[in-house]
Structure formats: C-alpha cells, structure tokens
Ligand binder design. Structure first.
Ligand code: ZN
Length: 495
C-alpha cells in the first residue's frame, strides 16, 4: 500500500504546484492585469492546464487512486476521505467518451461568449442553439454517470452539494413555496420610504474603501494571510490557510453594495483561512460544499452584518466617513434601509427575504430541462410565469429574465439551489450558535472573534473532511431543517 500512497502524494504535490500557479494567474487576471494581457496569458495558461491534465490522467496516478480506493480501510481517516473524492472524480475520465467531453469543454468555453452577446442584445434566440447543446450534453452526461442509487438531475445536484437530490430540494423548496411566498407577497406589497440622501447622494469611493478596511479589522480578517482588492464582480479566492484573498466593488451611487459584498466575501474567506493548516498540502483544503460555503458568507453578511446590533456599534464610523450624506439619518432608519424587501427581477441584487425565491425559479426550470419536460425554446415564457408566481414581478425583457445569469452558459446545472440552501443552513447554524452564547451580545461588544472561534471549531477547521450533512450534525446536532430559515425571515421582516 505504501508505494501507492507515495505515488499518490507525489502526483498531488505536482498538481498542487500547477494549481497554485494557475490560481495566481486567475487572481491576477481578475484584479490587476491590464486589458491587453489576455492573449499572452491565455497561451501560457493553456500550456499549464495541459501539463496539469497529463498528471491528473496519468495511468500511474489513476492506478494509485484505484488501488487505494480498494483498500480504504488501511488508510488514515483524512486520506480515506481524500481518496474517496479522488475516485469519484475519476468517473468522468472513465465513463464519458473523451472526444465528447472535450467537445463539450469547447462548447462551454464559447458558450459564455455567446451568452454575453445575447444578453447585451436581449436576444434569447441567439443563445438558444448553444444552450440546447449544453442541455443535451448534460442529459447525456447523467446517463453516463448514473448508478442504481443515483440518476438524472440528482447526479448534477450531488456534484455541488453531496447528499442533496431532488427529493431533499423538493422538500426544502416546497416549504418555501407554502410558507414564504405568501409572506413575501404580503410584506412587499407595501413600499417603504427613506431619506433621499440614502439613495441619491454620492458616496466617494475612497471613503468606501476606508470603510471596507475598517470592516476587515472588525471581523479580524488576518491581513498577513489575506488581502482585499477590487474586481468587476466581488469574489473570494483562496489557495491555503495562509493565503485567501477577497475582492469588492465600489459604486458611488450605491454605497451599501460594497459594504455587504466585503462582509459576504469575508465570510467565505474566514472559512478557508480557518481550515486546519494540516490540509494545506492535501486535496482537502477549502470549503466542503457550495452550500456550506455560502452559509458562512450569508451568515456573516445577513445575520451579523445586517443586524441592528452590528450597526449600533459601527454606524458612528460610517457617519464619520460620510457626515453630509448621513446627516440626521438615524441608525434605525439605516437599519430599515439595508433590510428593505422588494419584488425585483435580478437575483444578484435581490434582498435577503426574496433571494431564495429567485433561486427556486431556476431550480424548477433546471429540473424540467434535465428530465426533458421543458424545451429550451419555452424557457423564457416559463421563466416569466414562475417569477410572477414566486417573486410577484414578471420581467418584460429576457435580459432581465432568463439571460441574466452566466451559469447555464458554462454548463453549471445543479449549482443554483446551493445559493438558497446556504442561506437556510445559515439560519439553522446561527440558531445553534446562539444556544452556546448570546450572539447579539458578542456583536454589541464588538467581539466578532467569538463568532469566528465558534465557526472555526464547529465548521471551518474540518475543511473538506466532513460532508455537508456531517457538518450540520456537528454544528447544530440536527439534520438540515428549513423551518429555521422560514422562522428567521418571518421574524425579521414582519411588518
Ligand atoms: Zn457567496
């Protein structure tokens, strides 16, 4: 067995190095690189990606994984988890014909390009033929990968959130449909009014930047192991427990956007920074699933960052930076302003209350596309109908409807539901943490470190060694239960 362990670790070390360089190139591309550097960079990236693929698919590496998988009992617990994951990833190499898979990679590469243009022109017809091919491939993919235990859309859902399939998501979304949709339609029927300076004043970027750095101190974001830059769309990018970076974006006419982007990304970042460092050199560093990752960003952003307690402590600093803009605007008004719920069309701009309903629209559409009950050509119409039913607002254009998200153009089916799931996990996790200590009190004492420490102990330190289900058990002593989420939202947003 030892020789296979050695081979495995040897390849892993090389792959880690490639991964690191490609990660660095990607980070540079999104944050610093000049516009014209794209072509030169792509060429180098291509070479590295091909070399890395050679290692990944090397028969010696594959053999080592297979042999170790046959002898899981002889491995230490961490390596066992790692080999299980590695073996699962071999599915694609083994079961999908190589030329079909490569053709698909090329298709999704150009897919996002076609999508950008179609979105710009508000022309679904332009995107439809590409999307049809992508859907077709995914329908074939699930056939190739199906097992007696798992079929169809479940296979795609499982790729992003282990253990969550149609049955589990249906139960989750049905709870939202029954309990949240009527509540949302009621709450959003009333339009709230705010001081015009909150929406109309100009908030200079340099002051916003200063506030973002202030927030990093508040959340104890370790600047020796991470940093903050700017990018078109905020994101977190980490490679180890000593290097996890985040970005934000400043809009002078929408100052709260950068505040909550920064906190959201810090949630993702703190998760990875608090992984046990022993996983840095393994394939287990990082978040265990998209849903658990999103639970951390949403918990920090919405449950901590959008709480009244938080702003009782930090609003004075904001007023100090924007004295004219926020003059005579009370912390209570500010709190109501950052927690306004309204019927809107764009998912990424949606508020905390309506967000999951935007996701539910996508879940139902994906499910029907993959099981063949919905044709791509009927997608825009169905989108509008579901938006009307769940969010209470129908888009008049496809740009603000079915063409708004990049995901499907890249073949990402099964990803969307994890966004809603993350928010729901967050509510349950927060509830459990609040039993261990009074979170509001910690926030009022400006002691976010206490929250970080709890999250580290119950979630973060495990990196990818526990499944989402296991994490929920460790953190909350229960299986996932969407009722916590519904109760939390109803309590926060009741009029
Ligand atoms: Zn996120």
């Amino acid at each position: 067995m030892n020789q296979y362990i050695e081979t495995y670790k040897d390849f892993r070390k090389k792959l880690k190095a490639y991964e690191y360089v490609m990660w660095l190139i990607g980070w540079d591309q999104e944050t610093e690189a000049p516009l014209q550097s794209v072509e030169y960079r792509s060429k180098q990236f291509q070479v590295l990606a091909e070399e890395a693929y050679k290692y990944e698919s090397d028969p010696k590496f594959v053999e080592a994984i297979e042999k170790l998988y046959e002898n899981l009992d002889q491995l230490d617990p961490d390596l066992k988890v790692e080999i299980k994951k590695a073996n699962k990833e071999l599915r694609i190499i083994k079961k999908v014909p190589k030329d079909e898979y490569i053709a698909y990679q090329v298709l999704v590469q150009s897919g996002s390009h076609v999508w950008v243009q179609a979105k710009e022109k508000d022309d679904f017809e332009m995107f439809a033929p590409t999307l049809e091919k992508i859907v077709e491939f995914n329908r074939k993919l699930v056939k190739y990968l199906e097992t007696p235990e798992m079929k169809g859309y479940d296979i795609l859902l499982d790729m992003y959130e282990e253990g969550m399939g149609i049955k589990e998501y249906d139960a989750f979304f049905n709870t939202l449909k029954d309990e949240l949709v009527p509540f949302v339609l009621e709450v959003t029927a009333i339009k709230q009014k705010f001081n015009r300076r909150l929406t109309k004043a100009v908030y200079p970027t340099d002051k916003q930047r200063e506030f973002s750095h202030y927030l990093m101190k508040v959340f104890n974001y370790d600047l020796e192991r991470g940093l903050l830059k700017e990018s078109a769309h905020p994101f977190t990018s980490g490679v180890s427990s000593t290097d996890t970076r985040i970005t934000t974006h400043y809009h002078e006419d929408n100052f709260i956007s950068s505040i909550f982007s920064t906190i959201h990304e810090m949630g993702h970042g703190i998760y990875e920074l608090q992984n046990d460092p022993k996983y840095d050199d393994t394939a287990l560093h990082g978040g265990t699933s998209m849903g658990i990752h999103e639970s951390q960003s949403r918990m920090y952003e919405n449950m901590i960052g959008r709480s009244l307690a938080f702003w009782k402590v930090h609003y004075p600093k904001l007023v100090e930076l924007f004295p004219k803009q926020l003059k005579d605007i009370s912390v209570d008004e500010f709190y109501r302003f950052i927690n306004t719920a309204k019927r809107s069309l764009i998912r990424i701009e949606a508020d905390e209350l309506t967000y999951a309903l935007h996701v539910m629209v996508r879940y139902e559409l994906e499910k029907s596309l993959i099981n063949g009950r919905l044709k791509v050509k009927d997608l825009p119409k169905k989108w509008k109908t579901l938006m009307g039913q769940y969010v209470g607002k129908r888009p008049t254009t496809d740009k603000e409807g079915v063409l708004q998200d990049i995901h499907w153009s890249g073949g990402m089916f099964g990803y969307f539901p994890t966004y809603a799931l993350g928010s729901a996990y967050a509510a349950q996790i927060y509830h459990a943490m609040n039993k261990d200590f009074n979170i509001e009190e910690a926030i009022l004492n400006n002691d976010i470190a206490k929250i970080n420490a709890w999250a580290k102990e119950h979630i973060h330190k495990f990196a990818q060694t526990k499944t989402p289900k296991e994490i929920m058990q460790i953190a909350t002593h229960e299986d996932f239960n969407p009722q916590y989420y519904v109760d939390y939202l109803k309590n926060k947003f009741k009029n």
